[in-house]
Design a protein around this ligand. Structure first.
Ligand SMILES: Nc1nc2c(c(=O)[nH]1)N[C@H]1C(S)=C(S)[C@@H](COP(=O)(O)OP(=O)(O)OC[C@H]3O[C@@H](n4cnc5c(=O)[nH]c(N)nc54)[C@H](O)[C@@H]3O)O[C@H]1N2
Ligand SMILES: Nc1nc2c(c(=O)[nH]1)N[C@H]1C(S)=C(S)[C@@H](COP(=O)(O)OP(=O)(O)OC[C@H]3O[C@@H](n4cnc5c(=O)[nH]c(N)nc54)[C@H](O)[C@@H]3O)O[C@H]1N2
Ligand code: SF4
Ligand SMILES: [Mo]
Length: 753
């Protein structure tokens, strides 16, 4: 790490000269993709980025960078970067393209979109945006305003199974989204006298150092461990960080609800909870007690494989831990009843009063710039058009009640395949590669997308999805090639352009604006991206930043004022009264919202739709529990497969098994194996992991091989190895959220040839 340059920091310089290099202090945020947005120093010379380093002064990452940022030069200047728009020259899948100008591309989009809007209405167009990258709001806003469609969102991600289920659970139970407090709300971090180091950090279904997910920088956990925090980890395998924990609860994938209820039940029965806090701030303790009572440690062991004594021990530790911070992850979204498991985990937090106090779990009511912009633009959309959003027809009441920012992927697929309740004829894909990654049952999606009249893909590179389905491909600029801004929680950050976009690539915002001005100019009154950004800056509702974008560039980051214990001061509720933003004003261990729409008020556990317990006959054929998609340092979803350095570290798709399981099948380290279930069959290379729970297979996601044949039927070999081929659409929970990406069944066999 570089020495902190006090002189630079004092003046908060954002740009300076170091020999022949111009150094620019800014943040990095997609593309290439990542959820974080760390502080970086870009070294540029003669219009090129020559070097990238972590910014030692940035309170978010303090100079540290992952290999994906360190290796960014390879990504920016890769020969496969898309540098001009192209239209399809042959049949779909032939990978034959004709270079066209942006004007021609805009003409084609305008003509196709208007024809489809005229014939079927804007709702017949869907826009897919992938995970939290810079593209997310421009894609939704483009769909909403240019195409007048409510059908935007992740599009192919079954049950919106990323963060959506946890967000739903947080909003319903606590009234506001929360996150583990690692001092990240305070610019002085650990030097701020208000902060306290967590006594324990509970890491539940998350691999924080690798994933840095949802605005949480994984190394913060190391920072607090160095200052005394201890860990409890809930995961089917011993991860690097789990190996440093006091207690690891290795559970069968998909049984998180049972484990959480077992812990809750022990806490209540043994009075290992904070009576003062629960008396005043919690609703439904008695109901929760009744609902959890059947989850005795012995019963939970039977369900989850976690030894009974560990359930009791975890309850005892957690019941007394103060402060306790909880960093949870994706598996809670990727099980059918994950919303309920998330409800139960929040009961642990509430029972112990580890709510919005320093070092616990904090609420942010500000700092969602991307949401802000999108919501303010949504006001320009005809409210009538919004009503047609797929998945909001009453079958899932919470979706219809406005809890769903996005169209429901299962219903989008149904609309494409069956024209029910109305047809979808065009799909706009920007920042997603569904056929290699995002979609469940990817071959089904291949067929569906190929039945459409018109498909646009806007990406950094030619992807399997683009080759297979696109009629038009648009080149997108990377992070150092554009001005933008970013906040996920805090701080508010500048993303500063340090070089011009490669070739004719344009940034996501500009693509939105230019397509918008062509198709629906009345809704896009700004002459250029700078003017549009300035308008957003003037109307930010979730950050009190006063300056212009130029000011932000110079400030680099801005921390808005943060207060703890906001429930005591009325800062969480719109009526300004103390309490939480729920109907009872308390944390709802029994949810009045769930009850009002006919769902279980209390957290419950249900077996996955497919499991050794719920489908024993199927389990004879497919004896392993399959979890997919644990993150690796080298890749962000399907990205980075084309970078030589990443492939040197991680050349092949890996799946993990316990040594006993491998031995029982006669398998050895490095064997290629088939993974097969009712949906599909793929091959990956076996890694034998002694820390993996017996009976579980853990398969990587997002694989394609840019070095292989692009044209059909190969599509860069993606269907040979990517885990989406083993997943199913439709395993959605009763709320309308959740899926089974992390709990299906599969068989494993050796690839003989
Ligand atoms: N490098 C990298 N970073 C990423 C991404 C990426 O692709 N690459 N993707 C980003 C995105 S969009 C997301 S959503 C996040 C996700 O990041 P995380 O929330 O960390 O999720 P995963 O890595 O999928 O899984 C975390 C852990 O859950 C364990 N696990 C598997 N099944 C279960 C289960 O049923 N229950 C429990 N309790 N644990 C289980 C796995 O063994 C793994 O160690 O990462 C983000 N960050
Ligand atoms: N089996 C399995 N599948 C999973 C998961 C799992 O755990 N298991 N995780 C799921 C989860 S949580 C999520 S969120 C989804 C994510 O799915 P997606 O977000 O759709 O991720 P990718 O499929 O990698 O597609 C992203 C594409 O965007 C491009 N790109 C990168 N940065 C930018 C940018 O700034 N602008 C534009 N326009 N394009 C950019 C990349 O080159 C890439 O082709 O995947 C899901 N898929
Ligand atoms: S978390 Fe890692 S990959 Fe993401 S921005 Fe920070 S350093 Fe880069
Ligand atoms: Mo995600």
């Amino acid at each position: 790490m570089r020495e902190i340059n006090q002189e630079v920091y004092k003046d908060k310089l954002w740009q300076w000269q170091e020999g022949e290099y111009t150094v620019t202090r800014t943040s990095q945020w997609s593309g290439p993709g990542c959820h974080q947005g760390c502080g970086v120093l870009f070294y540029t010379k003669d219009g090129k980025v020559e070097k990238i380093e972590g910014d030692p002064n940035c309170p978010v990452n303090n100079g540290r960078l992952c290999m994906r940022c360190l290796d960014m030069l390879e990504a920016i200047y890769h020969e496969d970067r898309l540098t001009y728009p192209m239209k399809r020259a042959g049949e779909r899948g032939e990978n034959k393209w004709e270079r066209i100008s942006w004007d021609e591309a805009l003409d084609i989009i305008d003509e196709q979109a208007k024809r489809i809007m005229g014939e079927y209405g804007g709702k017949a167009i869907a826009a897919f945006q992938g995970t939290g990258r810079n593209a997310t709001w421009p894609v939704s806003s483009l769909g909403n305003l240019a195409f007048d469609t409510p059908n935007t969102g992740q599009g192919t991600l079954s049950g919106d199974c990323c963060y959506g289920p946890r967000l739903m659970a947080m909003n319903v139970v606590m009234g506001t989204a929360w996150i583990a407090d690692m001092g990240q709300a305070l610019e002085a971090r650990f030097d701020d006298p208000r902060y306290r180091i967590p006594e324990y950090v509970l890491i539940w279904g998350c691999n924080p150092l690798v994933s840095n997910s949802d605005g949480f920088y994984g190394h913060w956990i190391i920072d607090v461990m160095k200052r005394g925090s201890k860990l409890i980890v809930v995961d089917p395998r011993i991860t690097w960080i789990a190996a440093k924990a006091e207690l690891v609860l290795r559970l069968r994938p998909g049984t998180d609800g049972a484990v959480a209820l077992g812990i809750v039940s022990q806490m209540i029965e043994n009075k290992w909870y904070d009576e003062e806090f629960t008396d005043e701030w919690v609703y439904g303790l008695e109901g929760l007690r009744e609902a959890a009572a059947e989850y005795t440690p012995e019963r939970v062991e039977e369900i989850s494989c976690v030894p009974a004594w560990k359930i009791v021990k975890a309850a005892e530790i957690l019941g007394h831990a103060k402060p306790l911070a909880v960093q949870w992850g994706l598996p809670l979204d990727q099980q059918t009843h994950g919303v309920s498991a998330s409800h139960a985990i929040q009961a642990i937090i509430a029972l112990t009063g580890n709510v919005d106090i320093p070092g616990s779990n904090i609420f942010f009511v500000d700092g969602f710039i991307q949401n802000d912009i999108r919501m303010s633009l949504l006001e320009r959309m005809d409210p009538e058009s919004q009503k047609a959003k797929l998945g909001c027809d009453g079958e899932y009441p919470l979706r219809s009640m406005g809890y769903a920012p996005f169209a429901m992927p299962e219903k989008v697929l149904q609309a494409i395949e069956e024209g029910d309740p109305y047809p979808i004829k065009m799909v706009w894909i920007q920042s997603s590669n569904p056929l290699s990654n995002c979609a469940a049952d990817s071959k089904r999606w291949l067929k569906a997308l190929n039945s459409l009249d018109f498909v646009v893909v806007a990406d950094l590179y030619m992807t399997p999805t683009a080759v297979a389905c696109a009629d038009l491909v648009l080149p997108v600029a990377m992070s150092p090639e554009r001005d933008s801004m970013r906040a996920w929680w805090t701080p508010f950050r500048a993303i500063t352009k340090v070089v011009e976009p490669l070739g004719e690539a344009k940034c996501d915002e500009t693509i939105m604006l230019e397509v918008g001005r062509k198709v629906a100019p009345e809704k896009f009154p700004w002459a250029n991206t700078e003017e549009m950004r300035a308008a957003f800056m003037e109307n930010l509702s979730s950050v009190d930043y006063e300056g212009s974008f130029e000011d932000l560039k110079h400030d680099v980051w801005y921390y808005f004022p943060f207060e703890y214990e906001k429930y005591k001061t009325g800062k969480l509720r719109s009526d300004g009264k103390p309490g939480f933003n729920t109907p009872t004003g308390k944390i709802e261990l029994m949810s009045t919202i769930f009850q009002a729409v006919g769902l279980d008020a209390a957290p419950y556990y249900k077996e996955p739709n497919e499991s050794p317990v719920s489908t024993p006959e199927l389990a004879e054929k497919y004896p392993f529990v399959l979890t997919t998609g644990q993150r690796s340092y080298e890749f962000f979803h399907s990205e980075h497969r084309n970078l030589p350095t990443m492939r040197e570290y991680h050349p092949w798709p890996l799946c993990e098994m316990n040594p006993e399981d491998a031995a029982s099948l006669g398998l050895e380290e490095g064997d290629w194996v088939y993974l097969e279930n009712e949906t599909g069959k793929i091959k990956q290379k076996l890694h034998i992991h002694p820390g993996m729970l017996k009976g579980v297979v853990n398969a990587e996601h997002g694989w394609w091989f840019p070095e292989r044949e692009a044209a059909a039927p190969s599509f860069f070999g993606t269907f040979d190895s990517q885990a989406g081929c083993l997943l199913r659409m439709g395993d959605v929970g009763p709320t309308g959220w959740g899926s089974s990406y992390k709990c299906r069944l599969c068989n494993v066999s050796k690839v003989e040839d």
